[in-house]
Design a binder for this molecule. Structure first.
Ligand SMILES: Cc1cc2nc3c(=O)[nH]c(=O)nc-3n(C[C@H](O)[C@H](O)[C@H](O)COP(=O)(O)OP(=O)(O)OC[C@H]3O[C@@H](n4cnc5c(N)ncnc54)[C@H](O)[C@@H]3O)c2cc1C
Length: 339
C-alpha cells in the first residue's frame, strides 16, 4: 500500500540502487529507495504553511503524516488566538516572527475568506504585586513593534468587561481569533493546487545521513501499531529528498534523534507539559467580548479566557509538567493524539 502510494508519487524519479556503504544501515539493504525533491514531515499548521510556500515557489513537495489526515495534533488543540507579539524577548526571532506573522496571517485570512476576528485582548493584573509586570509587558510589546497598546485602570477595563475583576489591564487591540481548521484547509487546498502530494498514515520512523543527504526511513503507520520498541523498526521505503522539513511538532526532537549521523547539538531538548481546557456551559450569552489573560506564568500564558468564532467560551490551558514520554509514543505522536 505504502509502496504503491509512494511509487505513484515519485514515478517521475528514477529508482536509486541500494549501495549500503554505511555499516549502520546494512540491515536495510533491499528496501526500495526513491529520490524526491522536498519532503515535509508533519501536516500540522507549520508543515502545511511550508508545503504551500515551497509548492508556490515551484518545488515538488511530498507531505508525510502518520495520522489519517492533516492537523490532528497541537494545531487543532490550541486557543486559536492570533497573538500580537507582546510576550517574546525583544530582538528574538520569536518576537520578530510573531509580529510579522500576525500581519501576514490577518492578510491571508482576509484574502482567503478564512473566518477570523480582531477582537482584542486584555492582560489583567489582579494583585498590586502584578502591576509592575504588566508595565514590563507593555514596555516589551512596544519594543517588539506591537502598535496600539493601552494601559488601563481597573475601573475602565471593568466598564468594557463587566464580569471582570482587576486592578489594571493592558489592552492589545491587535490580538484576535481564527478558525484554525479553515486556515489549514485553505493551506492544504493551495498546496494541492500547486502539485503537493499528501501521504497520510505514513510515518517517518528514522533516517540516516549518506553522502550529505538525509535519507528518510518510512513506514505505514498501521504496521507500527503493535511495535513495542524492543526490536529495530524496518522501513518499508527509503526516501532521499533534496530538502527535508522536520515539522513533526512535539515529536520533532524525538524524531531528529532517530536520524543516524545528525549531530545531537542540533537537536533542541524537549520540556513537556500537559494542559486541559474547560468549557463554559449552561449559558447562551457570552460573558466576555475580549480575550482575557492573566500575567504569564512559568511555562505558559496562564489560564486564559478564549472565545471562538461561535461565541463559545473556554478557560485554559492549565499546566502540568510531565517527565517525558517514551520514545515509541513520542516519535509517532501517539500520546498526543490520544490526549
Ligand atoms: C495548549 C496550547 C495552546 C496554544 N494556543 C495557541 C494560540 O492561541 N495561538 C497560537 O498561535 N499558537 C498556539 N499554540 C501553539 C500552536 O498550536 C503550535 O505552535 C502549532 O500548532 C504547532 O504546529 P506544528 O505543525 O508544528 O505541530 P502539530 O500540529 O503537532 O503537527 C505535527 C504533525 O506531525 C505529525 N507527525 C508527528 N510525528 C510524525 C512522524 N514521525 N512521521 C510523520 N508525521 C508525524 C503529526 O501527526 C502532526 O500532524 C498553542 C499550543 C498549545 C499546546
Amino acid at each position: 500500500m505504502l509502496k504503491s502510494t509512494l511509487d505513484r508519487i515519485v514515478r517521475s524519479h528514477r529508482n536509486v540502487t541500494s549501495s549500503c556503504s554505511i555499516s549502520s544501515i546494512s540491515s536495510i539493504c533491499g528496501v526500495p529507495k526513491e529520490k524526491v525533491d522536498c519532503v515535509v514531515i508533519g501536516a500540522g499548521v507549520v508543515g502545511l504553511a511550508l508545503a504551500r510556500e515551497l509548492a508556490l515557489k515551484g518545488r515538488e513537495v511530498l507531505v508525510l503524516d502518520s495520522a489519517p489526515t492533516f492537523g490532528t495534533s497541537t494545531s487543532s488543540r490550541n486557543s486559536e488566538v492570533i497573538h500580537a507579539g507582546i510576550y517574546y524577548p525583544t530582538h528574538s526571532l520569536k518576537a520578530k516572527f510573531c509580529v510579522r506573522g500576525r500581519d501576514l496571517l490577518y492578510k491571508y485570512c482576509s484574502q482567503h475568506n478564512i473566518p477570523h476576528k480582531q477582537i482584542g485582548k486584555l492582560i489583567v493584573a489582579t494583585r498590586s504585586s502584578e502591576i509592575p509586570k504588566l508595565h514590563n509587558l507593555m514596555h516589551r510589546g512596544i519594543q517588539n513593534g506591537v502598535d496600539g497598546l493601552v494601559m488601563m485602570e481597573g475601573s475602565e477595563a471593568m466598564r468594557m468587561e463587566p464580569e471582570l475583576a482587576c486592578l489594571k489591564a493592558l489592552l492589545s487591540p491587535l490580538s484576535g481569533i481564527v478558525d484554525t481548521h479553515s486556515l489549514m484547509l485553505s493551506l492544504v487546498g493551495e498546496a494541492e493546487n500547486h502539485g503537493t502530494t499528501f501521504s497520510y498514515n505514513t510515518a517517518v520512523i528514522g533516517g540516516h545521513i549518506q553522502q550529505n543527504h538525509l535519507c528518510l526511513h518510512v513506514s505505514e503507520t498501521k504496521t507500527l501499531e503493535n511495535w513495542n520498541g524492543k526490536f529495530p523498526l524496518q522501513p518499508e521505503m527509503i526516501l532521499i529528498p533534496k530538502l527535508v522539513v522536520n515539522s513533526a511538532g512535539l515529536s520533532a526532537p524525538a524524531l531528529a534523534k532517530r536520524f543516524d549521523g545528525l549531530r545531537t547539538e542540533h537537536i533542541p531538548p524537549s520540556h513537556l507539559a500537559r494542559g486541559c481546557y474547560f468549557t463554559l456551559s449552561n449559558t447562551t450569552i457570552c460573558p466576555f467580548r475580549h480575550l482575557i489573560y492573566p500575567i504569564p506564568e512559568d511555562g505558559g500564558l496562564g489560564v486564559h479566557v478564549t472565545l471562538d468564532l461561535n461565541g463559545q467560551v473556554k478557560f485554559g490551558p492549565d499546566v502540568e509538567w510531565i517527565d517525558g514520554v517514551d520514545d515509541v509514543s513520542s516519535f509517532l505522536n501517539k500520546r498526543w493524539s490520544q490526549v
